[in-house]
Design a binder for this molecule. Structure first.
Ligand code: PNS
Length: 188
């Protein structure tokens, strides 16, 4: 266990199972882990900062050394204000490396005492990103298994028309004796 506080910064729009996996791994390694949501990361996020905060709080309620916060401005300044010693970031595939390397080195230039620590999420989440989850969900596709259930539910609420469209396309009426109709999945 590393003594001290680490921050895990990101947009988390929305939180995915990959994020959660990394938070659980980080919580095992660091004495304290602060998951820090960047405010105004995008001009039109799918979920408000308050919604992301609430979802992440619910998802990490059982992890006693994890707390959720938000920040604005330079991440290293925020990290310094918490007296954090490490920045935790996840790397999925090699394609993440270039961006993460640049960011880690820029952050080191800005604050040499802060160390960036990279961890790999479980390989089953190696292709999962918030951006793709948003894209699939917006088109009415299934995101089960890619995001926690509470996030899936929130996506459904937000995108209900898209899901209705998807469900309607994948269900066809099945005639049953007695004249009542039952829904069954369409074979594709
Ligand atoms: O989940 P994301 O969108 O990949 O996270 C990116 C994030 C929030 C870690 C990064 O954009 C960030 O730290 N922004 C705050 C502004 C800042 O410090 N920029 C310099 C980074 S080198």
């Amino acid at each position: 266990m590393h003594k001290g506080l680490a921050i895990y910064p990101g947009s988390f729009d929305p939180p995915t199972n990959g994020h959660l996996d990394l938070i659980e791994r980080g919580a095992e390694i660091f004495e304290e882990l602060v998951v820090a949501i960047l405010r105004n990361s995008e001009k039109s996020p799918m979920f408000s900062v308050a919604e992301r905060l609430e979802m992440l709080r619910e998802l990490t309620a059982s992890l006693k050394n994890v707390r959720i916060d938000t920040f604005d401005g330079l991440m290293v300044e925020y990290a310094k204000s918490l007296e954090a010693t490490c920045i935790l970031r996840g790397i999925r595939a090699i394609s993440d490396y270039e961006y993460e390397l640049q960011m880690a080195l820029m952050n080191r230039k800005l604050e040499p005492t802060l160390e960036t620590v990279f961890m790999m999420p479980a390989d089953k989440y190696s292709y999962v990103s918030s951006r793709l989850v948003r894209e699939v969900a917006q088109a009415g596709g299934p995101v089960k298994g890619l995001v926690p259930e509470v996030v899936e539910q929130k996506l459904r609420e937000k995108l209900e028309p898209a899901y209705k469209f998807h469900d309607a396309r994948h269900e066809v009426p099945l005639a049953v004796p007695g004249g009542k109709e039952k829904k069954r999945k369409k074979k594709v």
